[in-house]
Design a protein around this ligand. Sequence first.
Ligand code: NAI
Length: 248
Amino acid sequence: MTGAASGIGRATALRLHADGCTVVAADRDGEGLSLLPGDARLHPARVEVTDEAAVEALVERADRLGAGLDAVVTCAGTVRNAEVVSAEAADLRETFEVNVVGTFLACRAAARRMLTRGRGGSLVTVSSVSGLRGGQGRAAYAASKAAVVALTSVLAAELGPAGIRANCVAPGATDTPLVKAAQPPRVQRAVLGAIPLGRYAHPDETAAVIAFLAGPDASFVTGQTWVVDGGQTAGPGWRLPAGPEEQR
Ligand code: NAI
């Protein structure tokens, strides 16, 4: 899996490990990886997800462990916030390179190995509610995350006949370093107001859904986008004033 040094990816690596999986935990952040607990079933790997050869080697390494590769999770992601009128083309190129090309490279490498082994597998990509609904200031990010949803649908359609499932998780606001860096306090307040559950997700809550989709309990689920957003995309609904019903 990628993006394992921080946030949702770190939580997912620890969750899969706790569930008994052997996990190859990849990230470009070596320092973050070094904070993962040392264990024979947890293999840190310093990898840049846009480096085609490095990703091929990563997947090959994972496939050589135990009985071979069962699942790949692509959590590595980056965000750049700018409105369309001020965004640079370079913002889109760099965001797409990590979020889309990085996801594509890991899924392609995994799919090739799973096809060779011939016993199916599971791919879980990570999009965002921004990839479903857009959002102010999210030109590069939202477009890249919409591409991840579409790529996952293509993977499901092409690989389903070989028993390889592909699903996408679209988190809403989740309490991770990425969000803390990208959202100033006034944005965080606005986001909270749009979430019926009234809080950010803990990364473990998103990891639980990723682990479900990666594993055999989701054996008939493919081509889907699972939204983990505390109800954000459902909308906050009416907010009636507090007090006795007849006085509202
Ligand atoms: P994070 O910043 O805590 O973790 C992302 C990890 O990806 C970091 O460890 C980083 O080093 C790694 N990474 C980034 N670019 C990389 C590259 N080129 N090669 C290798 N590793 C790279 O972020 P967070 O919040 O855990 O995000 C994980 C995923 O969830 C991302 O794809 C993000 O877009 C998505 N997401 C997060 C949301 C949130 O509210 N935190 C909401 C919606 C989606």
